[in-house]
Design a protein around this ligand. Structure first.
Ligand code: FES
Length: 104
């Protein structure tokens, strides 16, 4: 099972096992990691699951699709590594992925 590392705004970091086929958002919610509200439950319609993907992982994770980009553009911030964590599916290649959770 891939291990995902979540780093919170205050520097606390949590490494958790997340099942294949799940999402980075679901991994955070299932492990009670603060900072990812996921109000829409993963439907790509709330943008309360934003993370900043570690730059070293951006090529593997990939860019946001058009719908996700529209959601992200509605919220503030110019970082190119912004993603909605509900839209990042867990694959074997993501073992060791590091994401930062922005401050609320
Ligand atoms: Fe709502 Fe990701 S959980 S956009």
């Amino acid at each position: 099972m891939p291990v995902i590392k979540y780093v919170q705004a205050d520097g606390r970091a949590f490494e958790v096992d997340v099942p294949l086929g799940s999402s980075v958002m679901q991994g955070a919610v299932d492990n009670l990691i603060d900072g990812i509200a996921a109000e829409c439950g993963g439907a790509c319609s709330c943008a309360t699951c934003e993370v900043h993907v570690d730059e070293a992982w951006m090529k593997i994770v990939g860019e946001a699709c058009d719908i996700e980009s529209d959601m992200l553009s509605a919220s503030s911030g110019l970082r190119s590594n912004r993603r909605l964590s509900c839209q990042i599916e867990i694959t074997p290649e993501l073992d060791g992925l590091v994401v930062a959770i922005p401050a609320l």
